[in-house]
Design a protein around this ligand. Structure first.
Ligand SMILES: [Zn+2]
Length: 437
C-alpha cells in the first residue's frame, strides 16, 4: 500500500475510535480499552454492559462470553472431583435449572476453549462495529444487509481474509448458540462467501517449512550441555518424529512416555521402543488416545528413546509411584511432572527444572530455535514445522495413509478407523522408520 493509503487508513482508524467512544456512552467507572487490530476493537466490551449503547437491548445474549474453560474442562479429565464440587444431585430441582446447569457446565465443551476465545474476540469486533454504525439491535439475529455492510467495512479497513472468515464464523456460532437462524444459512453459503473473498484477494502462501529428516538426525547427534538446549533439541526431535502439534508436545507429562508398550503385544523384538500417549487430539474428541511410536535406532548416538531417558535423568524428572496414568489415561496426571518443564536459574546460578509445563508459544519458540541451530533459515520454521515434517517424511517414505493416521490423527475422522486395531506392532513403527535413524 502507498504511504498516502497507509496515512488514510491510520486517520480512519483514529476517527473510528472517537466515533465508537461517542456512540458507546460508557459509564464513568469503565473507560474503553482497544486492541490493536486493523479495525479497532473494544477489548473490554464484556465490562461495558452499563454503557448507554446497550440500553433496552438483551445485553445477556449480546455479551455472553463462555470462553473461559468450565470447571469440568479445567479438571482436564479428572472430572470426578470437579463434578463433586458442583454439588450433589438435587431431587427437587426444576427442569429449567437442570437445563441451565447443562448450558453452563457442559454445553460450552462442544467447542474447544481456544475456539471459544477466538469467537469471543471476533464477536467483540462485531459489537464494536455495530456501536460505530449505530445498529446494535440488528446483530442478533443478523440480516443479510447487516452482514454485507459489516463485511464491506472489514474489507475497507484491510482486515485479513482469515480474520473476516473468523468474524463470520463467530456470528454463525452465536446464532446457533441462541437458537436463531444465522445470516449465512443457505446451503454452502459460508464456503461460497469464503471463495468470493479469496478469488479477489488470493491467499498468502503457507510459508512455514516442514522440518527435514536430516535436521532430526543433526539434533539427535548434537550434544549441548545446558538444560535449555537439550530440552529444545529433544522437544523438536520428538514432536517431528511423533507428528505432534505444539499444544500436544507442550502438555506431555513424563508418564506419557510409555516405554516398551509395544513389547506388551507379546511379539519379541520391541524392547527399547517407546509409545507416546497423546490423551487428547483435535479430532480425537472422545479422548481415546493416539500412540505414535518411537523405535530403536540403528546407531546408538541417534537413539531418541535412550536420549529421552537420559533427558529425564539430566532434568531430575521421573514418574511418581502414585501415578495413575495407565489406569485413567484420559485424565491429566495430578502427580507427575511435565516432560519439557520450564526452567529457572537457582540461587547457586545453576539452571533447574520447575514443575510447570511450557506454553504452546514457548514450545513453538524452542522448535524454531533448535532448527536454527541445525542451520535452518530463521523465519521459515515455527511450531507447526514439526508436525508438517513428521507427516511429510512419512508420506515421502510411502507409509500407508491409514497407518500414518494412527500416529498423527490428521484429517477427517473416518468411521472405520474407530474400529481399527492393528495386529502387528511393527506397523506402528513405520512412521519412525521413515526417518532412517
Ligand atoms: Zn503420572
Amino acid at each position: 500500500m502507498s504511504p498516502e493509503g497507509l496515512r488514510d487508513l491510520a486517520a480512519a482508524r483514529s476517527a473510528w475510535k472517537s466515533l465508537v467512544a461517542i456512540n458507546l456512552g460508557a459509564p464513568r467507572s469503565t473507560s474503553p480499552a482497544w486492541s490493536a487490530t486493523p479495525l479497532p476493537t473494544l477489548s473490554n466490551i464484556g465490562a461495558l454492559s452499563g454503557a448507554s449503547a446497550f440500553l433496552g437491548l438483551d445485553a445477556h445474549r449480546l455479551l455472553h462470553n463462555d470462553s473461559a474453560p468450565t470447571m469440568l474442562e479445567a479438571s482436564d479429565g479428572n472430572w470426578g472431583a470437579a463434578q463433586a464440587a458442583l454439588g450433589a444431585p438435587s431431587l427437587s430441582a426444576s427442569l429449567a435449572s437442570l437445563a441451565a446447569a447443562f448450558d453452563q457446565h457442559l454445553a460450552p465443551a462442544r467447542r474447544q476453549p481456544r475456539t471459544r476465545l477466538e469467537h469471543w474476540r471476533a464477536w467483540s469486533l462485531v459489537l464494536t462495529w455495530a456501536i460505530a454504525r449505530r445498529c446494535l439491535p440488528r446483530v442478533l439475529p443478523m440480516d443479510q444487509e447487516t452482514i454485507k455492510a459489516l463485511t464491506w467495512d472489514l474489507v475497507s479497513f484491510c482486515v485479513t481474509s482469515s480474520r473476516i472468515e473468523a468474524v463470520w464464523a463467530a456470528i454463525q456460532a452465536r446464532h446457533r448458540r441462541f437458537g436463531v437462524t444465522p445470516p449465512l444459512n443457505e446451503r454452502n453459503q459460508y464456503s461460497t462467501w469464503a471463495r468470493m473473498l479469496n478469488t479477489v484477494r488470493g491467499r498468502p502462501l503457507a510459508l512455514k517449512l516442514p522440518i527435514q529428516r536430516s535436521t532430526v538426525h543433526w539434533l539427535l547427534r548434537w550434544r549441548p550441555t545446558g538444560l535449555a538446549a537439550n530440552r529444545a533439541r529433544l522437544l523438536t526431535a520428538l514432536a517431528t518424529i511423533a507428528c505432534l502439534r505444539v499444544s500436544e508436545v507442550a502438555r506431555l507429562q513424563v508418564c506419557d512416555l510409555w516405554f516398551d508398550y509395544l513389547a506388551e503385544y507379546g511379539v519379541p523384538g520391541f524392547t527399547g521402543t517407546c509409545s507416546v500417549h497423546i490423551d487428547r487430539r483435535k479430532n480425537d474428541s472422545e479422548r481415546k488416545g493416539h500412540h505414535p511410536a518411537l523405535g530403536r535406532s540403528r546407531g546408538c548416538d541417534t537413539d531418541i528413546v535412550r536420549q529421552l531417558r537420559a533427558w529425564m535423568r539430566l532434568a531430575g524428572l521421573s514418574t511418581a509411584t502414585a501415578c495413575r496414568k495407565r489406569a485413567s489415561p484420559a485424565a491429566r496426571c495430578p502427580v507427575c511432572p511435565p516432560l519439557f518443564p520450564l526452567t529457572v536459574r537457582s540461587r547457586g546460578g545453576a539452571t533447574v527444572a520447575t514443575d510447570r509445563p511450557c506454553s504452546r508459544q514457548q514450545a513453538s519458540d524452542m522448535i524454531r530455535w533448535a532448527v536454527e541451530q541445525a542451520g535452518g533459515g530463521s523465519g521459515r520454521f515455527s511450531g507447526i514445522s514439526a508436525r508438517k515434517g513428521g507427516i511429510s517424511t512419512a508420506i515421502a517414505a510411502k507409509v500407508d495413509e491409514t497407518i500414518l493416521y494412527l500416529q498423527s490423527g490428521h484429517g477427517q475422522p473416518l468411521p472405520a478407523r474407530a474400529y481399527m486395531h492393528l495386529h502387528e506392532p511393527a506397523r506402528f513403527l513405520e512412521t519412525f522408520e521413515a526417518f532412517g535413524l
